[in-house]
Write a protein of this length. Structure first.
Length: 157
């Protein structure tokens, strides 16, 4: 199974469109907030794909929850924007929340800085921002879940 993780598009829906078209073989798309409008229309266009969306701090009057637990091939994934868990100061609260839900993967955005970390059985992945990177260029993440393991990758765009 292939997941594509996108965050912090901030009104640049055309970039989200390019990512989805580039990754059309993906099974699932996870959007981690800050302008959920940028991905909503694609949920109707790509009905053969699964989409999960959480709201961020720039999603005023949010129509999606701030956190979600997703099942992907029996692997539980904790997804959030991260602002409610203080991720700009570290991922401790995020990791605790994910572990409390028995998740193997924790996804977050908000910092606009891509990062992949593995700690005590938990993959912690920030795809960065697809439109307003604060470090190293715009990016998103791809996570392959296979029988032999989990492989997260940052993709620069």
């Amino acid at each position: 199974m292939r997941l594509v993780v996108i965050s912090d598009s901030h009104g640049r829906g055309q970039i989200v469109d390019r990512i989805i078209r580039r990754e059309k073989a993906a099974d699932m798309f996870v959007f981690l907030g800050d302008k959920t409008d940028d991905i909503e229309d694609f949920t109707y266009e790509y009905t053969d794909k699964r989409f999960y969306i959480v709201s961020g701090n720039c999603d005023f009057m949010p129509s999606y929850p701030y956190t979600a637990v997703i099942d992907a091939c029996g692997i539980k994934i904790f997804a959030c924007h991260g602002h409610t868990l203080g991720v700009k100061g570290g991922t401790g609260a995020l990791e605790t929340a994910a572990r409390q839900q028995n998740c193997k993967i924790a996804l977050y955005g908000h910092t606009h800085i891509p990062n992949i970390k593995y700690a005590d059985g938990l993959y912690i992945v920030n795809p960065g921002s697809c439109a307003r990177s604060r470090e190293g260029g715009n990016s998103y993440a791809v996570i392959d879940i296979r029988d032999n393991g989990i492989l997260p990758t940052i993709i620069r765009i």
